[in-house]
Design a protein around this ligand. Structure first.
Ligand SMILES: *Cc1c(COP(=O)(O)O)cnc(C)c1O
Length: 362
């Protein structure tokens, strides 16, 4: 009874939404979260561990990870005082929404897109305005621009978009930036796979924010490192909504080590990019399958059968993909991460067989 009454004191909009969760499954091939199939190289892990052995664990990490900010600034072609490092880029998303939004303000996002924007937008009390993708799952740039310029307080574009893989043309983002001083956040979590960035416009537009992460191309999802690029004055304000010591010394050291050795990772990123188009083409050759173009390390696809059925049959073979059919518009869709050549082949073989079997059962 007592629990009941304390829960009622939580904001109604928070109680109304469901939490961001992901069930755990047993698998042999994990291609459900767009992680890098290649782990951090062993020799780099050893160097990081050696550093961690020498460094005192009883002492706080640096208050601001200056060296990491400088290396990130070099990597991204921006200024160090305009870099915010977060415990995953999710933390920067949270900080941005916290400082810019509140009840009565409007967050404009495309739909479907990354779930977290709506979730945190709702938690901070903002009204979330969703602009549906077009039927071919590309951005409706005209409608997004119209809705945002009307009375939007923040726009978030995931570029390329998770879970569809489509790109928002950079020239269309610039055309929005020219017409407003409201913040435009571009989540480039998959930048290394897309090879295209809006970061070049940071010096021209003080309302542009670019988000990046170490969770995908940098193979570091387990250590939680992400960053935001924005004008230094904005970084100062947004930084107030981050927790002190948000990023631990182990993660800082790992991120630095990986930046220093990025050429090693880049080879693997290029390999994954090389797998992407052949995999999409091969999927489209399976009767009944539509795989959509993607600039990221994942592929959205549809089949004539219930996504749950495809998901479960693949899982029975040890292959874990993502059923995205609960997203708006995507009732028939699944998402698969592009992995190593052997993983991709195994996925393709089973997908082919499962579709064949399901057709037979009809
Ligand atoms: C994976 C992903 C991220 C990464 O979040 P982290 O907190 O850095 O792990 C951010 N945005 C999108 C759209 C993603 O898909």
């Amino acid at each position: 009874m007592k629990n009941d009454s304390v829960i009622k004191r939580i904001k109604p909009e928070v109680r109304a939404i469901s939490a961001y969760t992901l069930r755990e499954y047993e698998y042999e091939i994990k291609i459900n979260q767009n992680e890098n199939p290649y782990d951090v190289p062993c020799e780099l892990k050893k160097e990081i561990l050696e550093f961690a052995m020498e460094r005192s664990w009883s002492r706080y990490p640096p208050f601001i990870p200056e060296e990491l900010k400088e290396r990130l600034a070099e990597y991204a072609g921006w200024k160090a005082d305009g870099v915010l490092v977060g415990n995953g880029s999710n933390e920067i998303i949270q900080a941005l929404l916290t400082v810019f939004l509140e009840r009565g303000k409007k967050l404009v996002i495309p739909s479907p897109t990354f779930t977290l924007y709506r979730l945190i937008g709702t938690v901070v009390g903002a009204e979330v305005i969703s602009v549906p993708l077009r039927n071919d799952y590309t951005f409706d740039c005209d409608e997004i621009e119209k809705q945002f310029l009307k009375d939007g307080d923040m726009l978030i574009i995931c570029n390329p978009n998770n879970p569809t893989g489509c790109m928002y043309p950079l020239s269309r983002i610039e055309s929005i930036l020219q017409k407003t001083d409201a913040p435009v956040v571009v989540d480039e979590a998959y930048f290394e796979f897309a090879g295209e960035t809006i970061a070049g416009l940071l010096k021209e537009y003080g309302n542009l924010v670019v988000l990046r992460t170490f969770s995908k191309a940098f193979s570091l999802a387990g250590l939680r490192v992400g960053y935001g690029l924005m004008n230094p004055d904005m970084a100062k304000e947004v930084g107030k909504a981050k927790l002190p010591y948000n990023i631990n010394f182990f993660s800082i050291a790992s991120a630095l080590k990986l930046l220093e050795n990025y050429t090693k990772l880049d080879t693997k990123v290029k390999e994954i990019i090389g797998e992407r188009k052949p995999l999409i083409d091969a999927m489209n050759k399976i009767e009944g399958v539509t795989a959509y173009p993607s600039k990221a390390n994942f592929i959205l696809f549809e089949t004539p059968f219930a996504p749950k059925k495809i998901f479960e049959r693949l899982l029975a073979e040890g292959i874990l993909i993502r059923d995205v059919s609960s997203y708006p518009m995507l009732e028939k869709a699944l998402r698969v991460s592009v992995s190593t050549q052997s993983d991709n082949r195994r996925f393709l073989n089973y997908l082919t067989r499962i579709l064949y079997e399901l057709k037979d059962e009809r």
